[in-house]
Structure formats: structure tokens, C-alpha cells
Write a protein that binds this ligand. Structure first.
Ligand code: 3YP
Ligand code: ZN
Length: 371
């Protein structure tokens, strides 16, 4: 059993993304519905953590708001001021037209970044071995001067800069298994040789114009950005291979002092936005492998920060599996969807998936030669 920190705050459910039809605005022939990035999948994951009893084996860490100083280590003063003032008045949009927020979302976004900081702080000061921050809004698309794709502040990057400023941590690796490209951290750290960014995602999904194998980092940071742009249709085989064959060797070569994971469950078999087939057992295996890599290279220090995942009914089982893997605790609660999803032929690795993973594996080997 490991001591696993867990962060959740009721206010995360109060971030208001309004009435939409999933992603597009409602109106005319488009009947109003929720935005896909509604509280449902996340509140229901928090509920299963409680009802399964797993909460009793976790160390509940209070979320705290990130200070403006914390977010200004990453974001521009103009952007932070704009979100603050729109949030005070009536709400608005993060900046790309896909990131609606309501009144008060500034404070909730600070609490999401701060929740990831609190998880990181607890891991770095030894209160816990590893941690999971179930935060909302997500962060991995946000760049320095704009929100994007449901994300307001770059929660993981803000926590990384906290770790560097307060704990003198120098080298950090980010693994992003959300089905969308982790363009935010890639952009923020593109010229920083001390932060390795690895994103495993569905190719050309969102953002459609980033996340290729050719994006590798600039100057001294060349090689410290690795993308694994998988074709649609991948299941557990491709995902666990991407972690084992790409993330593992890259992280062992890079020798970070801390690993951050952008944990999105939108590569799941039930997601409305992704076209992948990962199951709770696939997520469990990825998390188990990441914990073991962290134990090998950085005394187990790994912090998961929640990103996307829009199936209200399946995300809870995927999230529970990851939390069981982090803590080493078994609730005995079975994935209620396993009969439907686990037997799928999607889970064996296909040659066209292997091609992409092999190309990224090559990049990880080159990083080994470099460092
Ligand atoms: C799809 C269209 C607008 C936001 C995008 C998905 C964002 C997401 O889940 N990122 O991880
Ligand atoms: Zn996503």
C-alpha cells in the first residue's frame, strides 16, 4: 500500500460551462443541452471514490486557490486580468470560442491550479507517496496568454513552476494520455530542456494542427518534446505499448525528479469526443506502469492532474482503476462495463498503430543518446 493523496472540491462542480449542444452553442434547430465539459463525469467519479470505500485508503488533501503569483509564473498579466474581470461581471470565454465560463469561474480555475499545486506539494514534502488531483476546469490546452479547449489555466504547468520555485526541482517529465494533444505544456516548454513533454493522443483531433512526430522542441530543448499521434481506433494494446515503449525509455533517459500526468479519460470506449477504445483495465495498466517508472527514477514522485473525459457513466470506473493503481488498494468494485468493452478486438496492437509507436520509440532512444 502506498500513501496516495486525493484532491476534490465541491466548487469544481460549480464551474459553469452553460447550455450547449456538447461543444457547439444551442439555438435555432440546435436544442439546448449541456456542454460535454459538464460537472457530471467528475462529480460521479468523486462519488464512486466515496461509495467504493476507496476514500478511506486515500489521504484527502485540501485544495487551496493558486495565488495570482502562482499563475503569473505561467500566464501573462493581461490574460489573468481579463479572465478575472469577465468572471466578476458575467463570465465569458477563455479565448478560443470553445472555453465558456460563468460568473466566478476565475476563482474556481485558481482552485483547480491550486489543487494540482497542493497535490504536488504533498508529494514533494513527503506527506504522501503520489497523488491524484481531481480538478475542474482542466488545463492541458491553455497557453500562456489564452485559454483553449475547455482549459483556463495550465494546471500542470503552474504546479511545475511552483515545484521549481519553492522546492528547487529542476527536471520534470509530463505524460499526457488525454485523447487530445497536450499542446499547452508542449508550447510552454518547447524551448525548455528541463521539462520533457510526452503526449499520447488521437492524431488530428484537437487541436487539429499540432501534435505530430515532427514537433520535437527547439534549440537546447530539441528532443524533449515527444508526440505519439495515434490513429483513431486504438485500444488497451496501443496505449499500454505507448507508455511502456515510449514514455518509459524517455523518462529513464531524462531522469526527472518529478513526473506529472495529464490524466484524461476521453480515450475511453464510451467517450463522445474521442474515437478510441481504452477501458478501465487499460487505464489501470497505464497508471501501474507510470507508478513503477516513477519508483525507478524519482522515488515514486508522480502527480496526476485530471483533464478531459466526458462519459458520465464510464469515467468513474476508469478513475477508480487509476486511483487503485496509485494506492495499491483494491476496493473489489468491478468495472460494470467490462463485459461490453474488455473483449473487443480493438485491444490488440495493430500494425498501423505499431508504426506510430515505433517511430516515437525511436525518438525516445535518441533522447537517451543525448542526455
Ligand atoms: C473539443 C472541442 C472543444 C474542446 C475539445 C476537447 C477538449 C478536451 O477534452 N481536451 O482534452
Ligand atoms: Zn481531452
Amino acid at each position: 500500500m502506498r500513501r496516495t493523496g486525493y484532491i476534490w472540491h465541491e466548487l469544481y462542480a460549480w464551474h459553469d460551462t452553460g447550455t450547449h449542444a456538447g461543444v457547439i452553442p444551442a439555438g435555432g434547430p440546435v436544442q439546448p443541452y449541456l456542454n460535454f465539459e459538464s460537472p457530471e463525469s467528475k462529480t460521479r467519479m468523486a462519488s464512486l471514490v466515496e461509495v467504493s470505500g476507496l476514500i478511506d485508503d486515500l489521504v484527502k488533501i485540501p485544495a487551496r486557490p493558486a495565488t495570482e503569483e502562482d499563475v503569473l509564473r505561467i500566464h501573462t498579466p493581461d490574460y489573468v486580468a481579463r479572465i478575472k474581470s469577465d468572471s466578476e461581471k458575467h463570465g465569458g470565454d477563455g479565448g478560443d470560442g470553445w472555453t465558456p465560463f460563468g460568473k466566478g469561474s476565475f476563482e474556481i480555475a485558481l482552485l483547480a491550479a491550486g489543487g494540482t499545486i497542493a497535490a504536488t506539494e504533498a508529494v514533494l514534502n513527503g506527506t504522501v507517496d503520489n497523488a491524484y488531483a481531481l480538478v475542474r476546469p482542466p488545463g492541458h490546452h491553455a497557453v500562456r496568454d489564452s485559454g483553449k479547449g475547455y482549459c483556463i489555466f495550465s494546471n500542470v504547468s503552474v504546479a511545475i513552476e511552483y515545484a521549481r520555485a519553492v522546492h528547487n526541482i529542476e527536471r520534470i517529465a509530463i505524460v499526457d494520455y488525454d485523447v487530445h494533444h497536450g499542446n499547452g505544456a508542449q508550447d510552454i516548454y518547447y524551448s525548455d530542456p528541463n521539462v520533457l513533454t510526452i503526449s499520447i493522443h488521437q492524431e488530428f483531433l484537437f487541436p487539429a494542427d499540432s501534435g505530430t512526430l515532427a514537433e520535437r522542441g527547439d534549440g537546447a530543448a530539441h528532443g524533449t518534446c515527444i508526440n505519439v499521434p495515434l490513429p483513431a481506433g486504438c485500444g488497451n494494446g496501443a496505449y499500454t505499448d505507448a507508455i511502456q515503449r515510449v514514455a518509459g525509455p524517455a523518462i529513464r533517459a531524462f531522469q526527472p525528479q518529478l513526473i506529472m500526468v495529464s490524466s484524461g479519460f476521453d480515450a475511453s470506449a464510451a467517450d463522445p469526443l474521442g474515437r478510441m477504445a481504452v477501458t478501465a483495465s487499460g487505464y489501470r495498466d497505464m497508471a501501474t506502469e507510470l507508478v513503477s517508472i516513477a519508483e525507478e527514477v524519482c522515488e515514486g514522485r508522480v502527480v496526476f492532474s485530471h483533464e478531459g473525459g466526458y462519459s458520465p457513466v464510464y469515467v468513474p470506473f476508469c478513475g477508480l482503476a487509476v486511483l487503485e493503481a496509485l494506492s495499491g488498494s483494491q476496493t473489489g468494485v468491478q468495472d460494470a462495463f467490462s463485459d461490453l468493452f474488455e473483449g473487443s478486438p480493438a485491444h490488440s496492437l495493430k500494425p498501423w498503430q505499431d508504426d506510430v509507436i515505433s517511430a516515437a520509440e525511436e525518438l525516445a532512444q535518441q533522447l537517451q543518446l543525448k542526455v
